[in-house]
Write a protein that binds this ligand. Structure first.
Ligand code: AMP
Length: 283
């Protein structure tokens, strides 16, 4: 299996499959794959005849000064992992293939794309939505699989599919974690040994907060307490917020389901994570 680099070559293969009535699932990634990505591939295989994985470090979703240049890249290792996981086609376009000269159209999502990550990563969701829409159009996939690890991104993609009447099903996959609870991420490679030990504190604090919220502690008390703990454990706390799991809006007082989301920094490394919360006494 060799990666397909151009839209024309991608269409040739996909057209053959479509003539044979094969359904197609897409797994978009930026490469540097880990077990979290492979869980997405497994979910894709359960839902379609053919699985396409994309490998593309999308410059449009990196703000100036972010880690685009040093983002981990390992196409050879990724190809081996994807082949072993049963992917049928790897689409790895170059930047010029995805954004040819003269490219001038972008998606600007509102709603769920406002606040949280957007407050810290300028242009991020526009970059994500634009490349994801292009991948959907290029592949014509029936299904696309996204990780709950990037929960706001998942909600923004679902919102785009609804708003633009895209005929594709979005399948979420639960976050795959290291033994100590740290969410797997390509960027975990940036963590030094001491930082790596501290990093698992994020999931621990989120889970303990989920516990007290489930037992009925008022959200403002639980969030205040958890924020203090995060501030003690990490260098910077970008946010800790309890949101509606569908819209990412403020949680209704009578809600039963919510999502607790956080981003923190350890030195120059930024960690994000989130957990589902069940609030007692809701409807
Ligand atoms: P990335 O390569 O980081 O852009 O991620 C590609 C896809 O993999 C996105 O849908 C992510 O949400 C998903 N993903 C990344 N890390 C994990 C993880 N630990 N568990 C599940 N999905 C993940």
């Amino acid at each position: 299996m060799t990666p397909v680099r151009t839209v024309a070559a991608l269409c040739r293969q996909l057209d053959e499959w479509r003539v044979a009535d094969n359904t197609i699932a897409l797994v978009p990634t930026m490469g540097a794959l880990h077990d979290g990505h492979l869980a997405l591939v497994r979910a894709a295989r359960e839902r379609a005849c053919r699985v396409v994985a994309s490998l593309f470090v999308n410059p449009a979703q990196f703000a100036p000064g972010e880690d685009f240049d040093r983002y981990p890249r390992d196409e050879t290792g990724d190809m081996a992992g994807l082949r072993a996981a049963g992917v049928d086609l790897v689409y790895a376009p170059g930047t010029e293939d995805m954004y040819p000269s003269g490219f001038a159209t972008s998606v600007i999502p509102g709603g769920a794309a406002l606040g949280l990550e957007a407050d810290y990563r300028e242009g991020f969701f526009s970059g994500v939505a634009t490349v994801v829409l292009k991948l959907f159009m290029q592949t014509g996939a029936d299904v696309a699989v996204f990780g709950e690890k990037d929960y706001q991104q998942l909600v923004v993609v679902k919102q785009m599919v609804r708003d633009l009447d895209l005929r594709i099903d979005i399948v979420p996959v639960a976050t795959v974690r290291e033994a100590d609870g740290l969410a797997m991420s390509s960027r975990n490679a940036y963590l030094g040994a001491a930082e790596r030990d501290r990093a698992a504190g994020l999931f621990r604090i989120l889970m303990e907060t989920r516990g007290v919220l489930g037992e009925g502690e008022p959200p403002e008390v639980a969030i205040r307490h958890a924020s203090r703990r995060l501030e003690a454990a990490f260098d910077v706390v970008d946010y800790l917020s309890l949101r509606d799991p569908v819209t990412l809006g403020v949680v209704e007082t009578r809600a039963s389901a919510a999502r607790l989301l956080s981003a923190v920094r350890l030195g120059s490394v930024r960690l994000i994570d989130n957990v589902a919360v069940t609030l007692p006494g809701g409807e």
